[in-house]
Design a protein around this ligand. Structure first.
Ligand code: ACO
Length: 327
């Protein structure tokens, strides 16, 4: 059995926050942000837009492009660290809005690796004979948990959602996948308050514990190393090498991390999808948004080999290697 990516979609808020806007908010400048991260602007959801709203739009686009009805879905996974609420899951909220009445639905927390984790879990789920289609949405509204007085983090993040419908087909689709985690890095990127350890209180708000805390340098070092390891593992499992890769879709956390990975693997810029300049780090949404937009621009051709790799809060990491196209 082959599991193929049958359609992709994305949704982005209209509001653009560029580096010059940030210059008015914190002590930073466009030159520093572009040079150190590659980011020029990012999208920010308005106060009426929650994660499920972006998920719903991205999912509808993916279903339409896949030619699959919502009622045909067997599973919905939303990968997010910014769900609408702690519970119910954002996946259940969009299950109802889409009318995907027979789909099981749950959220998955793997930070920026969430979409990769979701596709991998869903692929295994589809090995059951009675399951045909799964919807995976990577979505985050990180602006809601970002401290816009902290220049170390507020320059990095953006909001968005990307979705994929995967299903069974006859020609090869997903060739290999790889997931990993290193919980010893849990304190490198985390949201202190709002869970059972530190419930929300006046004190947590005063201390700004409802905002992301990040040790950027350590994550940078981890990411630069792990990206290549993920890609090597994926390719060797499929008995392929870097020369076979047509499209490389790295997680978009920092352009310098992406360039280091490209250099070590000898993957040229024309084979690499980059959207960090326009959208910043959209966490679980970065990879599916890049793929959905590349499809829209006619950049993806049937049979092309696509290599996607990510790392994120947890720390988590992982990748998928697949051929584009369906039948
Ligand atoms: N503007 C101007 N100066 C700044 C800014 C800013 N926005 N931010 C930091 N600086 C200053 C620092 O204060 C420091 O000054 P000092 O030397 O006087 O102390 C100097 O710039 C260098 O700071 P560094 O932190 O060393 O800068 P670095 O080049 O490492 O870049 C960055 C920081 C961009 C955060 C980088 O480490 C990075 O991208 N890390 C990876 C982060 C990441 O991937 N996070 C997401 C993980 S995925 C997920 O799950 C969401």
């Amino acid at each position: 059995m082959a599991v193929q990516v049958r359609g992709m979609g994305h949704a982005l808020p209209d509001k653009v926050l560029n580096n010059f806007d940030l210059e008015q908010m914190v002590e930073t400048n466009d030159e520093w942000i572009v040079e150190r991260t590659g980011i020029k602007e990012r999208r920010i959801a308005d106060s009426n837009t929650a994660t499920s709203d972006l998920c719903f739009e991205a999912a509808r686009m993916a279903l339409e492009r896949a030619g699959v009805e919502a009622e045909e879905l067997d599973l919905i996974i939303v990968a997010t660290v910014t769900p609408d609420m702690m519970f119910p899951s954002t996946a259940c909220i969009i299950q109802q809005r889409l009318g995907a009445s027979k789909a099981a639905a749950f959220d998955l927390s793997a930070g920026c690796t969430g979409f990769i984790y979701g596709v991998t879990v869903a692929e295994r789920f589809l090995s059951a004979p009675d399951c045909r289609y799964a919807l995976i949405v990577g979505a985050d509204v990180l602006s809601r948990i970002t401290d816009f007085t902290d220049r170390n983090t507020c320059i990095l993040f953006g909001d968005g959602a990307g979705a994929a419908v995967i299903g069974k087909g006859s020609t090869p689709g997903i060739l290999s996948s790889y997931l990993g985690a290193d919980g010893s890095g849990a304190d490198l990127l985390y949201l202190p308050a709002g869970g059972s350890r530190i419930p929300v209180s006046h004190e947590t708000i005063e201390k700004k514990l409802h905002f992301v805390r990040m040790h950027g340098n350590e994550i940078f070092r981890f990411a630069s190393k792990i990206m290549v390891e993920i890609c090597e593992k994926l390719l060797s499992r499929a008995e392929l090498d870097y020369n076979d890769v047509d499209v490389f879709v790295p997680h978009q956390a920092n352009l310098r991390i992406i360039k280091t990975a490209m250099k070590r693997m000898n993957i040229p810029p024309e084979k690499t999808l980059i959207n960090i300049d326009q959208f910043g780090n959209m966490s679980a949404a970065s990879i599916p948004v890049a793929l959905s937009m590349a499809y829209e621009e006619g950049l993806l051709k049937d049979g092309q080999l696509i290599l996607a790799a990510a790392f994120g809060a947890g720390l988590t990491y992982g990748g998928i290697l697949f051929r584009w196209g369906r039948n």
